[in-house]
Design a protein around this ligand. Structure first.
Ligand code: GLC
Length: 963
């Protein structure tokens, strides 16, 4: 008998001893109703141990299998979610502190595992779980018998370990992992979870920096359109290796506690994210104003400066809701104090700002100034009540941050959180609307870092130390801060922004990506960071627009503003010592473009707010990678620089200096250029115009995008019209969107004071039908008018009706504005039907009858002919283009004599940037006098019969040029 056989025998013997015949469910367990933090597994184990047995198969919803060296405990939370814990056979399970998941009731129904020879098997309605009898290794299969995720067999050779290795197929991709720099797909990387300020001890915030501020030990594996999730439920330092050490293995490891993880079966990416956020919590509805534009710098002071900037924002008509106070408002960097010279009357100032529509958020750092013998209350109280983190010898740990020597509240202690919440409540009562918490990794400028043996209370579940508490320090600080704000305004929606956090941080705070530098490289890494954070549950996130350190200059600032305009959290912020970074700081053109994009943001608020509602209810991130909506299209798996804002808008920010066209991958369907109305076909690589003045934005066929009028701030006026941009395309749909509205401010929505308005768009050969309503909920909007724009309507409609009644056709937009009805606009690339009607009181269909069979896209074969300079050496000529990734050999031309020709199949409305080369950058084209040849630019336009001819003359070649 082999060793394996013997162990298998032993394992089944253990099961038999426990008295549970393998094929039958265990007897009725007493239902576990206590909402305790720990899963019933703990209590179950205790019960089993008391009874003197070694192991039991199932009871109280837990499947237990004891094998040599370890005990497996499985809890099946739903058809798709399983908790897996491995414990050493000797010793106690690590305490469950209840910090990271929101699960309050653990399943108690008996679990049936059947004997399948070498393994135990359990089937849910969505997957099959297999447990190896010898080493308790796990595999998950779909119901068709295809493996989803499998442990590497025989990993127990070295005995119990806090690590698990999984078989990694070559074509698997990884997403999530919280806030990480680098590309979207984390395949091939090994990442750590250990909340860290990457700027200390030396600036290491780079495209490969790891770890950084946030720790979310959660990943999504995606392969051939099928996704699953793994959440390593440990707050100790953890390591996730996605095929770096061994290309065929996924490895998860924690440095402390038990090996404890959740497996989530998709198969959709959205399904995984929804289940993960069910487990760790979702973003509660934020106040609507917090989705507006925020102006910040380190720091606006004194009061006169605050008034100057806020007045300027209004004067220049730059919409803005949030205004921010950084650390210099404090008295000597003491949290919860004001510098009385700089801000002699904060209450009055905040009241005045509130009248101007500004909602002010102030920063609060956890490092409390060590201030013995003084009158600093936070310090004195904290010492008196033992709120600060101590060392093993019971002395208070003293670190160093902004105020110099500082001590740190122990947020793992409920009494300390309550105390902190009281401080917050009292402090914000002066008129602050939000709290910004920072330096909460926690940062300390002690070269040795925060001592690992510093003592933490551990939630009353047994003391612990920094090793277990660090990763959740910010999470618990955010929780206490939010509680303080909630107490200050019981019917309000607290707004907290945090730099550090752990899985579940979205329950308490919005997140920003910390101190990014004002560089193209940092702008470039932002989209993937935001998208992966969204997939990790952190849907309310943003970056410092313009970058935090350095001087972006006009172009980078404007491009960053464009990204900000579609980021869930939209704030300009900059370091002390850096030049001004207000929207007007970079000249008139940059100011205009910034304003236009901030206005775009305000227009999109009804859409964004509905997405935010969806995030709060289901977990779907408003800003997400294309693979979220197109997971069957493998071309989307590595797109780090294109995003979806909801299902209907694609955003392709410009992330490189000097670019005026943007290559994009368009998934199947048709795509409408937001700015020009041009329509492009999908399932191909395209290149769209991207002048400095525009964020490339494409609406997807079938799209329904609710918008509103621009206001200077939320609350300035109540919109009386609902506008819907509609993108009907025959063969796409019916599509739908649920518009969500409420008062944007209070918790009344929780009691039904909201409005849900279902919208559906269906298109056939005879035209498009929009169905509006019926509404749900008791919130009364001020809507008087419904404004519709049917895009892509090339020919004049035969009629437009609402609830079967024909609307009046108008001859001009002015006529429409006056009298309502409809107007067909032909300006723009594809034609638009504008409709205005009184807000329908009940479910209504608006039918726009037109020939929807007309082609929306126009293919154009572009022929390039380049006349080459005399003496061009023999050899191939190429076009380097933005469409071909700016590779010098991007597109080979046909050479004949002193001319080279090439054709590209493009579509009307696209734009191409290009240069001619002889195969490398050393031989790129120059102007006649050998000066730099700027990128050539082509606006694609049908010159007749679907053809366009371009004739260029190459002046010189770089390598043969002599100035
Ligand atoms: C940290 C924050 C930054 C803030 C500064 C001063 O660097 O990340 O946003 O401005 O501290 O408080």
């Amino acid at each position: 008998m082999t060793e394996r056989n013997i162990s298998a025998l032993l394992a089944s013997v253990v099961l038999a001893v426990a008295g549970c015949p393998a094929d039958e469910p265990a007897g009725d367990a007493a239902p576990d109703t206590s909402p305790a933090d720990g899963p019933p597994a703990d209590r179950q184990r205790d019960a089993v141990q008391e009874a003197g047995a070694d192991s039991a198969q199932t009871a109280a919803g837990v499947f237990t299998l004891k094998v040599a060296g370890r005990t497996l405990e499985l809890t099946v939370l739903s058809d798709r979610v399983v908790r897996v814990r491995y414990l050493p056979t000797t010793g106690k399970a690590h305490p469950q502190r209840g910090w990271t998941t929101t699960v309050t009731t653990w399943p108690t129904a008996p679990l049936t595992f059947t004997d399948a020879g070498t393994y135990w098997r359990h089937r849910t309605a969505a997957m099959e779980i297999r447990v190896d009898k010898v080493d308790a290794a796990l595999s998950f299969y779909d119901l068709a018998g295809q493996p989803i995720s499998r442990d590497v067999p025989n990993q127990l050779a070295g005995g119990y370990s806090r690590a698990v290795r999984k078989v990694l197929p070559a074509d698997e991709h990884f997403y999530g992992l919280g806030e990480k720099t680098g590309p979207l797909d984390k395949r091939g990387q090994a990442l750590q979870m250990w909340t860290t300020d990457p700027l200390y001890p030396k600036n290491n915030y780079t495209t490969t920096a790891d770890p950084i501020y946030q720790s979310v030990p959660f990943l999504i594996g995606l392969r051939k359109g099928k996704a699953y999730g793994l959440y390593l439920n440990s707050t100790f330092r953890t390591h996730l290796d996605m095929g770096k050490a061994v290309t065929t293995e996924l490895r998860l490891r924690t440095e402390g506690g038990d090996l404890d993880y959740f497996f989530i079966q998709g198969p959709t990416v959205a399904g995984v994210v929804r289940d993960f956020t069910k487990l760790t919590g979702r973003t509660p509805m934020p106040p609507l104003w917090s989705l507006g534009y925020h102006q910040c710098r380190w720091s606006y002071y004194p009061e006169a400066e605050v008034r100057k900037i806020t007045t300027e924002l209004r004067k220049r008509k730059i919409p803005c809701d949030g205004f921010w106070l950084d650390i210099d408002y404090m008295d000597g960097f003491r949290s919860f104090t004001w510098d009385k010279k700089r801000f002699p009357a904060p209450k009055k100032m905040l009241a005045d700002l509130a009248k101007q529509g500004f909602k002010v958020t102030a920063i609060i750092d956890p490092g409390i100034k060590r201030d013995p013998g003084g009158s600093y209350e936070a310090y004195n109280q904290g010492v008196a009540k033992g709120h600060f983190v101590t060392m093993p010898d019971k002395s208070v740990y003293v670190g160093k941050v902004w105020p110099g020597k500082a001590v740190f509240p122990d947020f793992s202690r409920p009494a300390t959180r309550a105390w902190w919440a009281d401080l917050v409540k009292a402090f914000v009562s002066v008129g602050l609307r939000g709290v910004w918490i920072d330096m909460n990794e926690p940062a300390t400028w002690d070269p040795a870092g925060f001592p690992l043996d510093s003592v933490f209370h551990g939630e009353g579940k047994g003391v612990t130390d920094h090793r277990e508490a660090r990763n959740v320090y910010a999470l618990l600080m955010a929780r206490a801060t939010r509680e303080g704000l909630q107490q200050a305004t019981p019917n309000g929606r607290p707004f907290v922004l945090t730099r550090a956090g752990f899985a579940g941080i979205q329950r308490y705070a919005a997140v920003w990506t910390g101190d990014m530098e004002s560089s193209w490289a940092h702008l470039g890494m932002a989209p993937a960071m935001l998208m992966n954070m969204g997939l990790s549950g952190i849907s309310f996130a943003g970056t410092d627009v313009g970058g935090f350190s350095g001087n972006p200059g006009a172009e980078l600032f404007v491009r960053w503003m464009q990204l900000g305009a579609v980021s869930p959290f939209f704030r300009t912020h900059v370091s002390s010592g850096s030049p001004p970074q207000e929207p007007w700081s970079f000249g008139t053109q940059a100011e205009q473009i910034s304003r236009a994009h901030i206005e775009l943001r305000y227009r999109l608020l009804p859409y964004l707010y509905s997405l935010v509602r969806q995030a709060s209810e289901q977990g779907d991130p408003p800003l997400r990678p294309l693979l979220y909506d197109f997971s069957d299209d493998e071309q989307t798996y590595k797109l780090s620089d294109q995003m979806m804002l909801g299902s209907w808008l694609m955003v392709a920010p410009v992330l490189h200096k000097g670019r005026r066209a943007r290559a994009v991958y368009l998934p199947a369907g048709a795509w409408f250029d937001h700015w020009t109305g041009a329509v492009f076909s999908g399932k191909r690589q395209a290149t769209v115009p991207a002048p400095l003045s525009r964020l490339p934005l494409l609406a997807r066929a079938g799209g329904i995008i609710p918008t509103t009028e621009v206001v200077q701030y939320i609350g300035a006026s109540v919109p009386t019209a609902l506008t819907l941009d509609l993108y009907p395309v025959k063969g796409q749909g019916p599509t739908s969107l649920t518009l969500y509205r409420d008062d944007g401010e209070t918790l009344a929505y929780k009691k039904g004071t909201y409005q849900v308005l279902p919208l559906t768009l269906a298109t056939d050969a005879a035209g498009a039908t929009l169905t509006v309503g019926p509404t749900k909920g008791s919130f009364a909007t001020a809507d008087k008018q419904l404004k519709l724009r049917f895009h892509g309507v090339a020919s004049v409609p035969s009629s437009v009706t609402a609830a079967g009644v024909a609307l009046t056709k108008r001859a001009s937009l002015a006529g429409l504005l006056k009298g309502g009805g409809w107007f067909h606009e032909t300006a723009g690339a594809s034609g638009t039907v504008h409709v205005r009607l009184p807000s329908p009181a009940k479910k209504t269909a608006v039918v726009c009858a037109y020939d929807a069979t007309a082609a929306l896209t126009r293919k154009v074969t572009v022929t390039f002919t380049a006349t080459l300079p005399a003496g061009t050496p023999p050899g191939d000529i190429y076009m380097a283009t933005n469409l071909h990734g700016w590779i010098p050999t991007g597109h080979k031309m046909t050479r004949s004599g002193n001319a080279a020709t090439a054709t590209l199949n493009m579509e009307q409305g696209e734009a191409l940037e290009y240069k001619y080369t002889r195969g490398d950058w050393k031989s790129v084209e120059k102007m006649l006098g050998c000066d730099e040849q700027k990128n050539r630019y082509l606006a694609v336009k049908d010159g007749g019969a679907g053809k366009q001819a371009v004739a260029d003359t190459v002046g010189k070649w770089a390598d043969t040029c002599k100035k």
